[in-house]
Design a protein around this ligand. Sequence first.
Ligand code: AMP
Ligand code: MG
Length: 488
Amino acid sequence: MTAAAESTVTIDGRFARELPELAVPWQAEEAPGPELLVLNEALAKDLDLDPEYLRNLEGVRFLVGNHVPDGATPVAQAYAGHQFGGYSPLLGDGRALLMGEVTDRAGRVLDIHLKGSGRTPFARAGDGRAVLGPMLREYLISESMHALRIPTTRSLAVVATGRQVRRSTMLPGAVLARVAGSHLRVGSFQYARATENMDLLKRLADHAISRHYPQDAEAENPYLALLSSVGAAQAALVARWMLVGFVHGVMNTDNMTISGETIDYGPCAFMDAFNPAAVYSSIDVSGRYAYANQPVLAEWNLARLAEAILPLIHEDQEKAVAPAMEALGGFRENYSKAWSEGMKAKLGLASGAKEDIAASSLVDDVIAILKDGPVDYTLFFRRLGKAARGDLGPVHGMVLDLAAFDAWAERWLALEPDAELMDSVNPAYIPRNHLVEEALAAATNGKLAPLHELLVAVTEPFTERPGLERYAEGAPEDFGNYSTFCGT
Ligand code: AMP
Ligand code: MG
């Protein structure tokens, strides 16, 4: 007889304890044949979770929510949200569970959250399940974003459940275990506000401040400070999306975090050819969340956060409006600064240089060149790094108007761009749509090697390595228009 396996996961239930009105205790659906397909060992170690444990039966059952460690209270979180501009007063985790919080080796408190763990009271008509392809997609793209130094939820593991899930065809079911600073969303505040329970709204704001912006607790008006902090975090985040050509695709207020982490990789994609109107989501028919609209939509979402917390900013809401508007006004300034600094770095021009005005006009003019022709956005900047080293050939082959480009390049080279700086910010490897599709199709047919190979490339995106050439190339010409489907 062996003693019962001792749980090696220490997990808290702080969200459930402090905000019970937003937390419905719930159990994951039993997975008939759980099989661990991908484990992020480096992340597991950072979280002080033993990869060996996560690979054994109890660990795998933990990763699908079927083993609940002592002290954990899995909950489905309640939230509301504006979806494509229309307000839904009750969304919530329809197919997800917050297992609780762990403390990583650096002392940070992080959520462990499962997606695809079965129906909850928020499931409405949904089956509560997730399909392998989209869960591996979230794993791949979120880990790539992290490697690109973009704040994001992380992916710890994908476990196949052993159950076939009904979509347009029967597909393998899976659960994604993800990790985040928190899962607090703009929609969490909208939900709390709609309850008209001001004590709940205040507890939620205090919880958010304590977890993400502890310095705001000391501010003259902590809730106004919270609004500014979330605005600054989102401005920095969306600027980084724009700089790498990332289109989130479903920036509903329930998919915008308070922490400033990218969340919910559904119909997202990296642009191939530069195109301000790029949309990949099959349901975004009006182009609301097109590439170039993202900063404006982030600001729109922040205004919904401001509305939700107005009564905390001032008990007389009329008096809260002006300071809230002023705090929101910081977004544009922060965004523009982050974006132009980032663009200058992409061109190898250090910030604050005396040639700042020249650098700014070079940024404007390079965007005009990109708009002019179908130019692969990622490849263009990577090849520009070679041009900074004197080899203009590769980038020349990409542009339509050579005369305009050469005139631009002469002005740019006169500022002596720093090629090393360029290579440290312009990735060689991104999860290109054709590569993602190829890897997911293989995985759905039981072959995980292409996914692992793609992960090797995109998790070290700035270092070109021999043998990985095909991961740095643009989409094949016959790849066509790319469209992805929402959160299935
Ligand atoms: P998302 O687009 O993934 O952010 O999801 C929007 C809302 O739909 C959330 O409330 C989800 O929990 C819910 N949802 C999405 N898919 C399902 C599903 N298969 N079963 C239950 N709820 C779902
Ligand atoms: Mg969501």
